[in-house]
Ligand binder design. Structure first.
Ligand SMILES: [Zn+2]
Length: 173
């Protein structure tokens, strides 16, 4: 004879479990924090890196400048950035400035030097931060190569040698 497992007492056809369900299961008011709402859904602090959510981060401006003979364009990212994301953006935007920044008199004399000095000061601030990892579920900006290992940066030598030649010519005439 086979015995069936005892699942609880049966009264007629009505099944009644022989345990008390926990209070949180019966009363939704007691379910204060749904289990699925904790963790990744917590908002990152306001001063965390805007790209990866890493801490600590510093509030810096990263700029790029483009000279277009009689016109000029600025591009600015003003945000909290961690060391990795910030230096990645500085490398990218400084390289862009070094090949696009010089093509206008105003850009050559003011726009590009101001942009490069701004990025240098932001770089020095970010260098003081410890390197951190990205917050859960987010990733950092790709650091890429240093500026002087990017061929585009050397385009700057053309307008700079021209400007040096021009100034030398004016002074020695
Ligand atoms: Zn970051």
């Amino acid at each position: 004879m086979t015995s069936t497992p005892d699942y609880g007492s049966q009264q007629g056809s009505q099944f009644r479990p022989e345990y008390e369900p926990p209070a949180w299961h019966v009363d939704p008011a007691q379910q204060q924090t749904p289990w699925h709402s904790v963790g990744p859904m917590l908002a990152p602090p306001r001063d965390a890196c805007q790209f990866c959510g890493g801490l600590p981060a510093a509030h810096v401006d990263v700029r790029a400048h483009r000279g277009l003979v009689i016109w000029m364009q600025w591009e600015t990212i003003s945000a909290y950035l961690c060391a990795t994301c910030g230096i990645a953006l500085i490398r990218k935007m400084t390289t862009k400035t070094l090949w696009q920044g010089w093509w206008g008199v105003g850009s050559l004399i003011i726009g590009t030097p101001v942009t490069l000095l701004n990025n240098l000061s932001s770089y020095l601030r970010l260098r003081q931060l410890p390197v951190v990892t990205a917050a859960l579920g987010r990733s950092q900006v790709d650091l890429g190569r240093p500026v002087l290992e990017r061929p585009a940066a050397y385009v700057a030598l053309i307008p700079l040698s021209w400007a040096t030649w021009l100034v030398t010519n004016l002074l020695t005439r």
